[in-house]
Write a protein that binds this ligand. Structure first.
Ligand SMILES: [Zn+2]
Length: 603
C-alpha cells in the first residue's frame, strides 16, 4: 500500500480512512507480543500489564475486537493507544510507527508532514527567544522583572531557564512571528496564538505572563507555562496539547539537569515550575517538575534513563498523602525506587527553601521514607490510633495486617517482602511467622485454584453485576446493528452515570465504530478505558435483542421516576409559593408522566 505523504500531515489531522487502513494492517496481538508475553485463554490473550505493576496477569487483549483492556489499572484502547502509552509517543507518531512496521510506504512527495512537525519546534523556539528578550529589555516588562527579583531569582537563573515575559497585548508575539516569516496556521498548531472566536484572525494566547519555556529531552522548546504576576486566574496557563507537547510525557527542567541527576544518583520530583527554579537557584539542582500533573508511568520511563531513585515531594495534608499513596503502584515493581518527602503543612518546595535554606531541605530529603515503608507506616499508625482511641485492638489489627499484606503481596522480590513483613510484625505486634503464613495462604489459594480461563480480577469485575446502563452500553459497543435500533428510542439523559452519558453521546449520535471513536479527539482516556472494558468483558445473552429492550425499559422507567419525583417537588414548591397557575401546569405534567409510566410498566 502506498500513501501519499501529502495526504498525511503529521499535525494530528490524519484522515480517518487512512488511520483505519494502517490500524487494520497490524494485528494487535502481534504488536503487543513484541513487548510483553501473552498467553491465549479462550478467545482472548492475557499477560502482565506494562502500565502498572502486577504479579497476576490482568491485561487482556482481544484479537476479535483488536482492543486491549487491563482489569488491574483499568486502562484500555486499541493498537495505536497501546503504542502511544508504551513508547510515550504522540498519536501521529504512533500511526507513523505502525505504518512503518507494516511496511506501508508513505510516499514523501511534498514532505509536508515532516515540515509540519519541524515547524512546531521552530515556532516555539522563536517565541521563546522573543519572550526572553522582552523580559530582559522591554519597558513593559518592568513589573515582571521586579516580580522575579522579589522572588529571589538571579539573572543567571533567568538565563539558564530562559524565562521570558509576554507583554499584555493581543498581537505582540503574533506580529513578531509574522515578521519572522512564520505562517499563522503554524502558530496556531504550536498553541502560541489562538484563533479568534469571530472566525477570522488570531490573538496571542499568553498575555501579561511570566513565560517558562518547556523543553523536551533533546533541548527543543515544545511548549510554555505562563504565570500571572498577580492573584488573577488561572495562575498558570500551559500550552495546549500539540503533536510535540504532552504533559504526561514531559518533566520540566530535565534537559537542563539530567547530568546533575546522574551525578546525584537520584531525582527530586516537584509539582511546579517555580519549585524547580527556586531549588535550582538554592543549589539543589537534581530537581524536575511534573507540570502540575500527577506522576505517570511515562515520567518514570523518562527518569529511568538517568537514575534509579526518585524522591517525590508531597504536601502533608490528606490530599497530599493520598496522592503519594496513589503513586505507589507505579513504583512497586520498578527498577526506580521511590521515596516520599512530606513538606510541612502550608509549604511547597519553593517557600520551604526560601524560609529554611538548602541544608534544611536536604535534611528533609535525607529523612524521606521509601514509598512502601511510608504506606505500611500509615496503616500501622492508624491501627495504633484506633486501638488507643477505642480500646479495640483485635479488629483493627486484623484489618491493618490484611491491608499491609495486600501491599507486600505485590512486591515480586522475596527478600524485600521479608524486610517489610518484619516491619509490620514489629509495628503491629504480630508474630512474623503468622504474617508469613497468612501471606503464603493467600498465594496458595491462588495456586491451588483450578486453572482459570480468565484472571481472578477479570472474574471479579465480571461478577460485579453490571447494571442496566452498563449492560446496555456494552451491547451497543459490541454490536453496530443494535446501535441503529436504539438510536431513536434512547436519549443521553436516560443514563445517570456521567461517563456513560458521554459514551452514549458518541454511540447514539454517530455511525463510527469503536476504533474511530477511540481515535477521535473528543474521546478522553476515561472513556477509552470504560469502552474497552465493555468490549472485552464477555457477557453472553441468549437473545441480545431481548436483553437490550429490557435494559431500555429499565432506563426509561428510571428516568420517568426521576422526572416524576422532580415534578412532585416542584408542585410542592409552587403550592408553598401560592403560584397556582404553575401548580396547574405541573399537575398536567404529572398526569402525563403517570400515563407514560403506566404504558411502560404494562408492556
Ligand atoms: Zn494495568
Amino acid at each position: 500500500m502506498h500513501i501519499d505523504r501529502g495526504d498525511f500531515p503529521l499535525d494530528g489531522h490524519i484522515p480517518e480512512e487512512i488511520i483505519t487502513k494502517i490500524r487494520g494492517s497490524q494485528d494487535i496481538v502481534e504488536v503487543i507480543s513484541r513487548h510483553i508475553s501473552l498467553k491465549k485463554t479462550g478467545q482472548n490473550y492475557i499477560g502482565r500489564c506494562p502500565f502498572h505493576s502486577e504479579k497476576t496477569p490482568s491485561f487482556v487483549v482481544s484479537p476479535g475486537k483488536q482492543i486491549f483492556h487491563c482489569f488491574g489499572c483499568a486502562t484500555g484502547g486499541n493498537v495505536i493507544t497501546f503504542l502511544m502509552k508504551y513508547e510515550s509517543i504522540t498519536f501521529p507518531e504512533a500511526v507513523k510507527r505502525l505504518a512503518h512496521d507494516a511496511g506501508i510506504e508513505i510516499l514523501e512527495r511534498h514532505r509536508k508532514g515532516e515540515k509540519g512537525e519541524k515547524f512546531l519546534y521552530e515556532v516555539n523556539k522563536a517565541a521563546a527567544d522573543y519572550y526572553h528578550k522582552l523580559l530582559s529589555a522591554a519597558k513593559e516588562s518592568e513589573t515582571a522583572r521586579k516580580y522575579l527579583l522579589a522572588r529571589g531569582l538571579s539573572m543567571e537563573t533567568i538565563k539558564r531557564f530562559k524565562i521570558g515575559y509576554s507583554i499584555n497585548s493581543w498581537n505582540g508575539v503574533y506580529d513578531h512571528l509574522r515578521k519572522e516569516g512564520f505562517k499563522e496556521e503554524d502558530m496556531v498548531k504550536a498553541g502560541i496564538v489562538a484563533p479568534n472566536t469571530s472566525g477570522s484572525g488570531c490573538h496571542d494566547r499568553f498575555r501579561g505572563r511570566v513565560m517558562l519555556p518547556i523543553y523536551d529531552i533533546q533541548n527543543r522548546v515544545v511548549g510554555f507555562g505562563g504565570r500571572v504576576l498577580d492573584d488573577s486566574t488561572p495562575k498558570y496557563l500551559n500550552s495546549p496539547e500539540t503533536p510535540i507537547f504532552s504533559k504526561g510525557h514531559l518533566l520540566y527542567g530535565l534537559d537542563a539537569v539530567k547530568n546533575s541527576i546522574r551525578e546525584a544518583g537520584y531525582a527530586i520530583l516537584v509539582e511546579g515550575y517555580m519549585d524547580v527554579i527556586a531549588l535550582h537557584q538554592a543549589g539543589v539542582t537534581n530537581v524536575v517538575g511534573t507540570l502540575g500533573t500527577a506522576f505517570t508511568i511515562n515520567h518514570l520511563r523518562l527518569l529511568n534513563r538517568f537514575c534509579k531513585e526518585a524522591v517525590l515531594t508531597f504536601d502533608s495534608d490528606p490530599a497530599g498523602i493520598n496522592a503519594a499513596l496513589r503513586t505507589m503502584d507505579i513504583f512497586i515493581d520498578s527498577e526506580v525506587k521511590a521515596k516520599v518527602l512530606l513538606l510541612p503543612e502550608g509549604d511547597d518546595p519553593d517557600t520551604f527553601i526560601g524560609k529554611n535554606g538548602k541544608a534544611a531541605f536536604l535534611a528533609l530529603v535525607q529523612s524521606a521514607k521509601g514509598i512502601i515503608d511510608f504506606a505500611l507506616d500509615r496503616i500501622i499508625d492508624e491501627v495504633r490510633k484506633t486501638a488507643s482511641d477505642q480500646g479495640d485492638s483485635i479488629n483493627s489489627k486484623v484489618k491493618g495486617a490484611g491491608d499491609c499484606l495486600s501491599i507486600i503481596k505485590k512486591i515480586p522480590n522475596r527478600i524485600e517482602q521479608d524486610q517489610y513483613i518484619q516491619r509490620v510484625s514489629k509495628g503491629l505486634g504480630i508474630e512474623k511467622e503468622v504474617l508469613l503464613s497468612e501471606l503464603r495462604r493467600g498465594n496458595e489459594k491462588k495456586k491451588g485454584a483450578p486453572p482459570e480461563k480468565v484472571p481472578k480480577k477479570v472474574k471479579e469485575a465480571a461478577v460485579e453485576k453490571p447494571k442496566a446502563e452498563e449492560i446496555l452500553l456494552g451491547l451497543l459497543v459490541k454490536d453496530w446493528a443494535l446501535r441503529k435500533m436504539v438510536g431513536d428510542i434512547l436519549r443521553v439523559e436516560d443514563f445517570t452515570n456521567p461517563q456513560f452519558q458521554e459514551i452514549a453521546g458518541h454511540l447514539l449520535r454517530s455511525e463510527r465504530d469503536i476504533h474511530e471513536i477511540i481515535n477521535s479527539e473528543g474521546c478522553n482516556q476515561g472513556m477509552k478505558d470504560t469502552m474497552t472494558k465493555m468490549a472485552v468483558n464477555e457477557m453472553y445473552f441468549d437473545s441480545p435483542e431481548k436483553t437490550l429492550s429490557d435494559c431500555i425499559k429499565v432506563l426509561q422507567r428510571n428516568r420517568l421516576d426521576r422526572e416524576f419525583k422532580e415534578v412532585e417537588k416542584e408542585i410542592a414548591a409552587a403550592e408553598l409559593g401560592g403560584i397556582f397557575e404553575r401548580v396547574k401546569e405541573l399537575l398536567l405534567k404529572k398526569q402525563e408522566l403517570l400515563r407514560q409510566k403506566k404504558v411502560l410498566y404494562e408492556n
